[in-house]
Structure formats: C-alpha cells, structure tokens
Design a protein around this ligand. Sequence first.
Ligand SMILES: C[S@@+](CC[C@H](N)C(=O)[O-])C[C@H]1O[C@@H](n2cnc3c(N)ncnc32)[C@H](O)[C@@H]1O
Length: 263
Amino acid sequence: MMLRDVSSCNTYNYGDALYWDTRYVQEAGSFDWYQCYSALRPYVRHCVSTSSRVLMVGCGNAVMSEDMVKDGYEEIVNVDISTVAIDMMKRKYEDVPQMKYLQMDVRDMSFFPDESFDAVIDKGTLDSLMCGTNAPMCAAQMLGEVSRLLKNGGVYMLITYGDPRARMPHLNRSVFNWKIELYIIPRPGFQKPGDPPSNVKPCLEPIPLTEKGLLPEDYTMEDPDSHFIYICTKVDESVELSYKSTDPLTDDLLLESLSLGKD
Ligand SMILES: C[S@@+](CC[C@H](N)C(=O)[O-])C[C@H]1O[C@@H](n2cnc3c(N)ncnc32)[C@H](O)[C@@H]1O
C-alpha cells in the first residue's frame, strides 16, 4: 500500500512554509504549476458556476484566479501558507474586489465557518503536502477541512500529477462521502507523434473507474506524464454511493498511524 507519494517528490520539502517563502522571494513574478486556466477552463466551467463562492487552496503566485475573474467568476478567496506569496498577491490585486488573499495553513482553516464555499480548487497543494513529512496525516487534515468547508453539492477540484492509485485512498473515504469523477489531460505542449500540437481536445467524459476507484487495467494514457483532474462532489450523508473506500486509508489506519507517529 502506497500512502506516502514519494514517486514524484524530489529532495525539496514542498510541505514546508520556509521552503515556499524562500522560493517566492527568489521568484517574484507569477507562475502556474502544471496547467494554465485556459487548459482547465472547460472542466472548471463544467462544474463550478461563475456565481460560486470559490476557495483557492495554496494559490501561490499563480494567475489562475485572475484569469477566472476575467472569465466572470465573482468571488474567489485565495489562501496560502506563504506570507511572502500572500503579501505579494494582496498588493498586486488590491483593486480587484472579486479576489481576497489570506495567509493560512490548509490543515487548519478554522477561520472559515462550516459549509461556506461552493467550490474548492487545488492545483498542486495536496501534492505539496504529500511530499512533506507526515504526509498521510497532513493530507487527511487538509481534506477534512476541505470537506467541512464545502456546502452539500459543492465540489473539490483537485489538479494533480497523482494517479488514482496514489490519490484515491485519500479522497475516496467514507467520512467524506464524495462522488468522484476523474478526467485526464496531457501536460502542456504534449504532442501525439505525427499530430500538430493543437490537436489535443478536452474530453468532458469522465474516465470510467473500477469498483475500487482505479483506472481500468487496460487503460493507456496518450501522455504518460498527464495530469489528473478529480472532481469530488460532496454528497448528502444520507445518500449511499455506489462505491466506497474498500481499502486503504480508513479512519482506523489513520488513527493507528497517528498514535504510532508514523508517516
Ligand atoms: C505546487 S505550488 C502550487 C501553486 C498554485 N496553486 C499553482 O497552481 O501554481 C503549492 C502551493 O501550496 C502552498 N502550500 C504548501 N503547503 C501549504 C499549507 N499547509 N497550507 C497552505 N498552502 C500551502 C505553497 O506555498 C505553494 O504556493
């Protein structure tokens, strides 16, 4: 069982505020991890209405929120653990009332009341925690907060490099009761051999998953370094979902790892 997603982590401590503060001092411009809004737009528009109250977790210095506001989104609250990034973004967008910036640790967002957002968008932030120390616990704390903050019917949109084997144990937990759909998009610039670059069209059909929430064994990705978009919809607790966490990160396991102080 793979709980700590070490496969794509390198030697940096992406879970550490100091790492990010130092990085944002050195790289003061803007940078969007993985994908830009233009590539994600079909998926965002598909599941988040422009009148939604949106929480952008771990916003960094990305222009994603700015692009969403230009596209009609009315309220985006951006949080990040890095004071450097938040101060920079506050200054940059002081005249844009649709966007707010707050320094906050996503593992404790008690500043916000329960069910205060229609959508939570995460591009690379769960991934950062998964690369830090005590990864499963940090991921569980963050996702617990995301679940608490979502209204019923609200969506958590996770854009990640993590495939279902690495991410589903954390997402597909009965405590959350999330209906999960998966989309896969190639990394920017990916070109099918022999095809012109613009030929990759967004597919708004979710990938059919196995009972355990994994990719079918015969599923092949055109781009092996694709990004994954998990759309997790918070379903009323009284509704039974067709598949539940059959494995891995059950509450018992989580408690066990807590009490043993394991990663
Ligand atoms: C990979 S970057 C992604 C930034 C941005 N979302 C993007 O798409 O470009 C991860 C971000 O998560 C932030 N982060 C890491 N741990 C965090 C935590 N515990 N609470 C809040 N933000 C965190 C980092 O400061 C960084 O800005």
